[in-house]
Ligand binder design. Structure first.
Ligand code: NAD
Length: 515
């Protein structure tokens, strides 16, 4: 399964981890169930020393200026594309996803690198702002990097998710200490290596690996701001810990993403879109869809088309573009998916497609599964499966679809299929979701690196992507100055004398609508 170039990359990459505990963890390759790598583990002391070195490196990185950082990040972009083959291999071998989905990760990271490199310098330039009253004072705003950003990433989309947090943090002049998930550390290290070879100082972006409740906690403690991507349950713990230290945090958490197929949709395109959106990375993607709401009038025509599309997905462990869906990433994921499906079936759900393991393909392969007759007492009704299980619901009309789509603790991604963009936009505006995709399940919004991405409700706090995704990494410092033209009143008498002038000024500004 592995070629020698990839295998020899393991040693080089694991040497880049800040990990001196002497312990290792055996990472299992999902395609085969065989050991992939013995991954060194970090200690809390490693996190502290990485943060100390990062803090030192950050001073010079910020002082080098925005234009310098721009050029380094653009060179990193180029190296990332040049080295994509090794990165794609590593990513597939660690996560079990297909080549196409691994390539989507590289595209997202490259887009982010280019965007933040070219956006941050102008966005973070000092700005003039209006003073208290014209002539009397002036104000300006500096954007100051927060310092050391702690970034905790999951195993499912290591390259794009690390890229979307680390690269804007660096572009804004910060250093990063990242805790990679053991299952996806090699991909993160390969991404980092491209940027280090492009000129990012080694100590400016450290990667550690280890258990969440020790190494993860230590990352939160040493950081000035925390980015966490993972489950809602862990996100709450991270948020509590960061809040105690009065550190800000952005949290990208779970979802139970709905897709609405309206009765004027192109049914062939909608079936292909739903099949793609539900089973990308075999459903192990935060923005993949787990619920589809179909208007009653088209249900009889649409559901068979969807089932046909899902059954036609080609599944397998190929390190090329020949498959449409791959493997689940771990035994724990397989267990969770099987539990959700057997719970649903035992309570009366009907399996329209899939519903079984594919041990003939590999130990963690599970078929893309479509269920109907799913009811609120089943664990897959409201709980995130994070796997290849899609529930189909027939709804009375558009309002019923919107109400049911919003009836969730989550609010990450949603999608609407309709031939009328006016109608689709109107529905989108009523959905509780941080991103909504029209006639596409997730890539239109998720991939728009100029537009913010994140969750409403229990799906998260804060945003990545867009100017919002860069501004979370800076503090503002407002500098106000009293002009020499006018002395601000210091005493009660001076204020009394100025009162008519101030009153006239306030009223004039209101009349002229001067902000
Ligand atoms: P997880 O919460 O178990 O782990 C995520 C990361 O947090 C891992 O690196 C883990 O080691 C670390 N961690 C665990 N406990 C910690 C603690 N107490 N303190 C600090 N760090 C800790 O999530 P997972 O199972 O790896 O990922 C799947 C989940 O992530 C799903 O719920 C999925 O929806 C979500 N996710 C969300 C997004 C998004 O952008 N919203 C993206 C990808 C995944």
């Amino acid at each position: 399964m592995t070629d020698t170039a990839v295998a020899s990359a393991y040693d080089d990459l694991t040497a880049d981890l800040v990990a001196t505990s002497g312990e290792t963890v055996t990472v299992i390759a999902p395609f085969t169930g065989e050991p992939l790598v013995e991954l060194p583990q970090s200690s809390e002391t490693d996190v502290a020393s990485a943060a100390e070195a990062a803090r030192e490196a950050q001073v010079a990185w910020f002082a080098a200026g925005a234009a310098y950082r721009r050029e380094v990040l653009l060179r990193g972009h180029d190296l990332l594309l040049e080295r994509r083959r090794t990165l794609l291999d590593l990513n597939q071998l660690e996560t079990g996803k297909t080549r196409a989905q691994a390539f989507e990760e590289v595209v997202q990271a490259a887009n982010t690198a280019r965007y933040v490199a070219l956006t941050a310098p102008a966005l973070l330039r000092p700005q003039r702002r209006k003073g208290v009253l014209p002539v009397v004072t002036r104000a300006s705003v500096d954007y100051v990097p927060k310092g050391v950003i702690g970034i905790i990433t999951p195993w499912n989309y290591p390259v794009s998710l690390a890229g979307m947090d680390v690269l804007p943090a660096l572009a804004a002049g910060n250093a990063v200490v990242q805790k990679a998930d053991n299952q996806a550390a090699l991909s993160v290290l390969a991404l980092r290596r491209a940027f280090v070879d492009a000129g990012v100082p080694e100590a400016l972006w450290s990667v550690v690996a280890g258990p969440g409740d020790t190494v993860g906690n230590a990352v939160v403690d040493v950081s000035d701001y925390v980015c966490f991507t993972g489950s809602t349950a862990t996100g709450r713990k991270v948020a509590e810990r960061a809040a105690r230290a009065l550190h800000g945090a952005s949290l990208e958490l779970g979802g139970k993403n709905p897709i609405i197929v309206l009765d004027d949709a192109d049914l062939e395109k909608a079936a292909a879109g739903v099949a793609f959106g539900a089973f990308s990375a075999l459903g192990q993607l935060c923005v993949s869809m787990e619920r589809v709401y179909v208007e009653r009038g088209i249900a009889d025509a649409f559901i068979p088309l969807l089932v046909e599309r899902v059954k036609a997905l080609h599944q397998g462990p190929a390190l090329d573009y020949s498959t449409d869906v791959g493997s689940l990433t771990s035994a724990a994921q397989l267990e969770r998916v099987e539990a959700h499906v057997s719970d649903a079936v035992s309570k009366g759900a009907t399996v329209l497609a899939g519903g079984t393991r594919r041990e003939d393909l590999g130990p963690f392969f599970y078929e893309p599964t479509v269920l109907t007759d799913v009811t609120p007492d089943m664990s897959c009704f409201a709980g995130e499966t994070f796997g290849p299980v899609l529930s189909v619901y027939i709804v009375d009309d558009e309002d019923d679809a919107i109400r049911r789509a919003n009836d969730s603790e989550y609010g990450l991604n949603a999608s609407v299929f309709s031939r009328s963009l006016t109608r689709a936009h109107a529905v989108a505006r009523q959905l509780d979701a941080g991103i909504v995709n029209l006639n596409e399940p997730y890539r239109a919004a998720f991939g728009s690196v100029d537009a913010p991405m994140g969750g409403m409700k229990a799906s998260g706090l804060g945003r990545r992507n867009g100017p919002e995704g860069i501004l979370r990494f800076v503090d503002t410092r407002t500098i106000g100055e009293a002009t020499v033209l006018f002395q601000m009143p210091r005493t009660g008498r001076e204020m009394e004398q100025l009162l008519p002038v101030v009153m006239t000024l306030l009223k004039t500004m209101r009349t002229l609508r001067l902000r």
